[in-house]
Design a protein around this ligand. Structure first.
Ligand code: NAP
Ligand code: GLV
Length: 322
């Protein structure tokens, strides 16, 4: 196809190869850092297809700047909070995303963070590297047990359920709070207050939108148990970081582990970085080789389908087809 497409970063080979097979006018942003807004507007202008990452803000203004020939927006992510989907729908532009292929990797990451925060692994490693380890001690860096504890999942979609599946192997009782009831992995639906009151581990798996923005605020944290561990692999915007700082600093809750922050990257002067009981990693939920290959392939398949005028394999706004 001779359609111009703009891809905002070098994506893994499977997706890139598929794009090269289909498009002679593939414009690829090759820098390590994402394009600035001005660079994005300039380079994407005239494109019929845009393949972006979660680092690009794609709003109506950008869509209009690209031009009315824009036929499809495909993001190499499952979350689409960086895209104004309503603006795309109003312009009848399908928005593609990459659900499913990253579910296991993100659930694995959630469990890795949960265990690491519960057993103070990052703190322990800092302690060792600082040369503070002088002997085995009965009371050194004591953490929390998983067996027979309660895990509360806020959001019980693909990733929430994959976390519940893993929790079974650790003998955790699982509660969830999510709009639609689902029966999976012996997880029990409860209201949010009950979940916060009863859970030793609370893990967030909701999309970021107007309803979930700052859902984890001072009130939410005040309802958690003092021994509780909070894990967030959803989006930084779901959480009020100032409220979390105060809850951790005052030992109102035991620990937190964050895969995502707001903003990203987290500024190095963030007070959260002063806390021993806050583990933070740089948005690595889907960061396995196989998963990123599959995400890039699915993002490319969505783009190709959109430019052929076919239904996207994974379309976030299927209303555009009505
Ligand atoms: P999903 O299958 O759509 O699951 C989201 C779940 O959240 C749904 O069950 C939904 O309920 C529920 N929900 C929506 N609003 C809620 C609310 N206010 N309170 C409680 N539950 C609510 O999505 P997913 O594939 O599991 O992904 C979830 C999110 O994880 C993504 O949107 C993305 O932001 C994030 N993510 C992060 C990484 C990472 O690298 N850290 C990787 C992948 C995904 P219904 O089913 O009733 O609609
Ligand atoms: C990652 O955060 C994603 O939404 O795919």
């Amino acid at each position: 196809m001779s359609s111009k497409i703009f891809v905002t970063r070098i994506i893994p080979a499977p997706g890139l190869m598929l794009l090269r097979e289909h498009f002679s006018h593939l414009d690829l942003w090759t820098a390590d850092l994402p394009p600035s807004r001005a660079e994005l507007i300039a380079r994407a202008h005239g494109a019929e297809g845009l393949l972006c990452l979660l680092t690009e803000k794609v709003d109506g203004e950008l869509m209009d700047a690209i031009g009315s020939q824009l036929k499809v927006i495909s993001s190499m992510s499952v979350g689409v909070d960086h895209i104004d989907v309503s603006a795309a729908t109003a312009r009848r532009i399908p928005v593609g995303n990459t659900p499913g292929v990253l579910t296991d990797a993100t659930a694995d990451q959630t469990f890795a963070l949960l265990l690491a925060a519960a057993r103070r692994l990052a703190e322990g490693e800092r302690y060792l590297r600082a040369g503070k380890w002088v002997t085995w001690s009965p009371s050194l860096l004591l953490g929390a047990d998983l067996a027979d504890a309660t895990l509360g999942l806020v959001g019980f979609g693909r990733i929430g359920q994959a976390v519940a599946k893993r929790a079974q192997g650790f003998d955790l009782r699982v509660l969830y709070h999510s709009p639609s009831a689902k029966s999976a992995y012996n997880a029990q639906p409860v209201d949010l207050n009950t979940l916060l009151r009863e859970s030793d581990f609370v893990s967030i798996h909701v999309p970021l939108n107007a309803q979930t923005s700052r859902l984890v605020n001072a009130d939410f944290l005040s309802q958690m148990k003092p021994n509780a561990v909070l894990v967030n692999t959803a989006r930084g915007g779901v959480l009020d970081q100032t409220a979390l700082y105060h809850a951790l600093k005052s030992n109102r809750i035991f620990a937190a582990a964050l895969d995502v922050t707001d903003p990203e990257p987290l500024p190095m002067d963030s007070p959260l970085l002063e806390l021993e009981n806050c583990l933070i990693v740089p948005h690595l939920g889907s960061a396995s080789k196989k998963t990123r290959d599959l995400m890039s392939l699915l993002a490319a398949q969505n783009l190709v389908a959109g430019l052929k005028g076919e239904r996207l394999p994974h379309c976030f706004n299927p209303q555009v087809y009505q």
